[in-house]
Ligand binder design. Structure first.
Ligand code: ATP
Ligand code: MG
Length: 260
């Protein structure tokens, strides 16, 4: 269980998050959605202990504050929104970084397995900087997967924190990556994913937190959060949500128009 209470974050004198409460269960995929600049990445950085915050974050029954970096790295892996690399690493070297920061027994065998999982089995010796944007994004996902390869270790769930994991991907690879996240959750791990694609969010997530101007305005099952009213309010445009039987997913936007 991840339980974040009264999270506030300031950048300089500007307040970005306002007493946010956020919960996520192991064995579930929890999405964070909301407009650009609403505070999604900031919330993800706070709950992973990557920035200072006011409030408390409890992960697997203990406050993350004061935990050693290696303890956190053993329990959770973080895919940032952008991962620039200044050095000419090969793909395999980038994925291996996940092994050295995690406790996957520094098992080099995981590198090809993780690359295979993201559809890049033959890319190990390629230079990361020479890959396309979508390929680089999947290499970074392979890195975090290698870090927490087993969703449960010693009876304790591990966690994937993903900031826009499908933002550069074509529709086929979006489905692949969302299925990887889904499988991790179904195997008992916890997944928290910042998302912009509301259809994929509806299809794959168990819980959705909708954030607007640094405040979570709803957190619940997708059908209760992805509603006309909530979305139109948060995104400041008129949106209609369609349920499509029998899949029970949604097609957005429908009759979308900018609010006047
Ligand atoms: N390091 C920083 N210093 C100052 N302000 C920042 C910093 N990082 C983010 N901000 C500001 O905090 C606000 C929230 O940023 P954040 O990155 O959390 O948004 P987001 O919801 O992830 O948006 P996007 O969908 O564009 O990724 C924005 O107004 C942004 O300009
Ligand atoms: Mg962001």
């Amino acid at each position: 269980m991840l339980n974040a209470k009264n999270i506030s974050v300031h950048y300089g004198r500007q307040r970005i998050l306002f007493d946010v409460g956020f919960r996520a269960e192991a064995g579930a995929l929890t999405a964070i959605v909301g407009p650009n600049g609403s505070g999604k990445s900031t919330l993800l950085k706070a709950i992973t202990g990557e920035i200072t915050y006011d409030g408390a974050v409890n992960l697997n029954g203990r406050d993350i504050n004061g935990r050693k970096p290696w303890e956190l790295a053993a329990m959770r892996a973080v895919l940032p929104q952008a991962t620039p690399l200044a050095f000419p690493f090969t793909v395999a070297e980038v994925v291996r970084l996940g092994l050295t920061s995690g406790v996957s027994a520094a098992d080099d065998g995981l590198v090809p397995q993780a690359l295979q999982r993201v559809g890049l089995a033959s890319y190990g010796t390629r230079f990361y900087q020479e890959l396309s944007g979508g390929e680089q994004q999947r290499v970074q996902l392979a890195r975090v997967l290698a870090q927490v390869w087993e969703p449960i270790a010693h009876c304790v769930p591990r966690w994937l924190f993903l900031d826009e994991p499908v933002s550069s991907l074509d529709i086929g690879h979006q489905l692949l990556v969302m299925q990887i996240a889904r499988d991790f959750a179904d195997a008992g791990g916890g997944v928290v994913a910042v998302m912009h694609d509301l259809n994929l969010t509806a299809m794959f997530s168990d819980q959705v937190a909708l954030i607007s101007d640094g405040v979570i305005i709803a957190q619940d099952a997708p059908e209760h959060v992805l509603t006309d009213d909530h979305l139109s309010h948060a995104y400041r445009c008129h949106l209609r949500v369609n349920a499509i039987p029998p899949a029970g997913t949604y097609l957005l936007p429908h009759l979308a128009q900018l609010a006047s």
